[in-house]
Design a binder for this molecule. Structure first.
Ligand code: GDP
Length: 234
């Protein structure tokens, strides 16, 4: 049976929040620095080669690109993946940087349909100042999955060190959000199954909450990190 993520298809591009779809379909946003590996992660998770590269075509790079999940013939999608513009591109003009805050920043802070965030981090850089700033902005009840991608570029011991460092920092930050952490590689497939399972569980929970007209379930604690980490034995 095809997984939910395999049904992903391009739905719409929003250059302003007002252009986002209405209807309360649960959204999962992918965020990360430019070049962190976000597009590759979306493509690997959805088993599609060039899905997220649609976001790199001119005119869509500074927009929110939405991909619908669920049976194509259903009246509405089960959920949406929202690909946000990469941030931290050193040579980006100031206007572009401000544009990011105005669009993706406001989206993360305000969007009610936002049910989860996947934060894509290059395992060799870990958390950068921009990632830290972004984490502090997030709506407090939105679960976060941090993917330490490009893990294929490191040996096991270095992977473990990188995971430990990010985990220690996330714990110290005492974010109100439930946070999960996973070593990942779009190239080798490391962590892909676990990330898919996490996303599908979020979609299932969000679907149940929407059906009952309830808000998203109460957040769990940072102990959630422990539930995900053993998926990557050293
Ligand atoms: P984005 O700007 O965050 O969307 O990053 P991309 O997905 O375009 O990836 C940036 C670069 O990193 C590209 O050259 C990718 O081929 C490479 N890359 C992305 N993910 C991985 C990975 O898991 N392993 C390796 N070795 N390279 C990767």
């Amino acid at each position: 049976m095809a997984s939910l993520l395999q049904t992903a298809r391009f739905a719409t591009t929003a250059a302003k929040l007002a252009q986002l779809p209405r209807g309360g379909v649960p959204e999962i946003a992918f965020v990360g620095r430019s070049n962190a590996g976000k597009s590759s992660a979306i493509n690997a998770l959805c088993q599609r080669r060039r899905l997220a590269f649609a976001s790199k075509t001119p005119g869509r790079t500074q927009a929110l690109n939405c991909f619908a999940l669920g049976p194509e013939r259903a009246p509405r999608p089960v959920a949406m993946i929202v690909d946000t513009p990469g941030y931290g591109f050193a040579s980006a003009p100031l206007a572009v940087k401000r544009g990011w805050d105005q669009l993706a920043g406001r989206y993360l802070q305000l969007r009610q349909a936002l049910y989860a965030v996947v934060l894509v981090l290059d395992v060799r850089r870990g958390l950068t100042d921009l990632d830290r700033a972004l984490l502090r902005w997030m709506q407090p009840d939105v679960p976060i999955l941090a993917l330490l991608t490009k893990s294929d570029k490191l040996g096991r011991a270095q992977q473990r060190q990188a995971l430990d460092a990010v985990e220690a920092e996330l714990r110290a930050a005492r974010l109100p959000n439930p946070v999960s952490l996973l070593a990942f590689s779009s190239t080798s497939g490391l962590g892909v199954e676990q990330a898919r399972a996490w996303l599908e569980a979020i979609v299932a929970e969000a679907g149940a909450a929407v059906a009952e007209g309830e808000p998203a379930p109460e957040p769990e604690t940072l102990a959630d990190i422990d539930r995900v980490r053993p998926a990557n034995p050293p």
